[in-house]
Design a protein. Structure first.
Length: 308
């Protein structure tokens, strides 16, 4: 069977979808603009379907184009994967690995893991992507990321296409400044939470929603808590807390430096412990390179060490 498209035409369609402009798409894949236009017209003729809207100033894909793009991306990813598999077999322990992580995990936990792996296997090139759990999960499904570590809930629509494995638990600690009156207490009661000024992440953030749900499950009226500030970064929250502006729930992996410097204090809450699960994500249909296996083994060692 003779296919009505070439791999180059699939690359062109993907570039057009990315850039939404013929000239920029041509530059992206190092083609002349006339050549790109000719190729996409040939593709549409062979398929007997219009793939690109050309009526407005902004180029976009038609409904048929969007559907065909999904398959095009999968075909291109499989081609790249087959080449990587052959290179992997040829080079042995050499190669590259695309690692993903969710925001907090990628900022505080993964740098240590990646640094150790790079030290043990300097011949393997690492490419790291940090984004929301949902976007990282989607990239693993699309074969743009080989392996990822994420925190938070993975949407069910994505989970069915992933291999999701328990990694470790990440405790979210209540932190206050050393100068806070509660700093001398080892533990506070639930009702004491209503007397604190809280600094939180945006209410739409995955971590904040998780914290609120745990508190609600423990009969804390989250709407009655006094939130004086909402920030977009963990670093900003830690700084505000250390300056005595309020209290906050922060991942244990994010406060190691502050604990060593003794700029904050961790306070336990009676009968409440907020732990979230970190998961390892991979695509069950993808080829697992030697680099993948080595990195997975490093995560397994860390997992076993953490348990002990």
């Amino acid at each position: 069977m003779r296919l009505p498209f070439t791999l180059q035409q699939l690359r062109i369609l993907k570039a057009i979808a990315t850039e939404k402009n013929f000239t920029k798409a041509a530059e992206l894949i190092s083609l002349s603009q006339p050549s790109l236009s000719k190729q996409i017209k040939t593709l549409e003729k062979n398929l007997n379907i219009v793939l690109v809207n050309r009526e407005s100033n902004k180029i976009s894909l038609t409904e048929h184009g969007e559907v065909f793009l999904q398959y095009s991306e999968r075909i291109l990813a499989l081609c790249e994967e087959s080449c990587r598999a052959l290179i992997d077999l040829k080079n042995g322990d050499r190669g590259n690995l695309r690692v993903g992580a969710s925001q907090t995990t990628g900022t505080y936990l993964m740098p240590q893991v990646l640094a150790l792996f790079a030290q043990n296997y300097p011949q393997i090139e690492l490419k790291v992507q940090v984004n929301s759990t949902r976007l990282i999960a989607k990239s693993v499904i699309n074969r743009d990321i080989d392996i990822a570590v994420v925190g938070g809930e993975i949407p069910n629509g994505l989970k069915r296409n992933l291999k999701v494995e328990y990694f470790v638990e990440d405790e979210l600690n209540l932190i206050i400044a050393k100068s806070h009156p509660y700093a001398k207490k080892k533990k506070i009661k639930k009702d004491d939470l209503y007397h604190l000024n809280f600094i939180t992440l945006n209410s739409n953030s995955t971590i904040q929603k998780f914290i609120d749900n745990i508190l609600i499950q423990n009969y804390i009226e989250t709407k009655q808590l006094k939130i004086i500030m909402q920030l977009n970064s963990i670093e900003g929250i830690k700084t505000a807390v250390s300056l005595g502006l309020g209290a906050a729930f922060v991942s244990s992996s994010a406060i190691e430096k502050e604990i060593k410097l003794q700029t904050i204090e961790i306070i336990k809450i009676e009968d409440i412990k907020i732990n979230r699960i970190l998961s390892i994500l991979s695509n069950p249909e993808c080829y697992k390179s030697k680099a993948f296996e080595l990195f997975y083994n490093e995560l397994s060692i860390l997992k076993a060490t953490t348990k002990n």
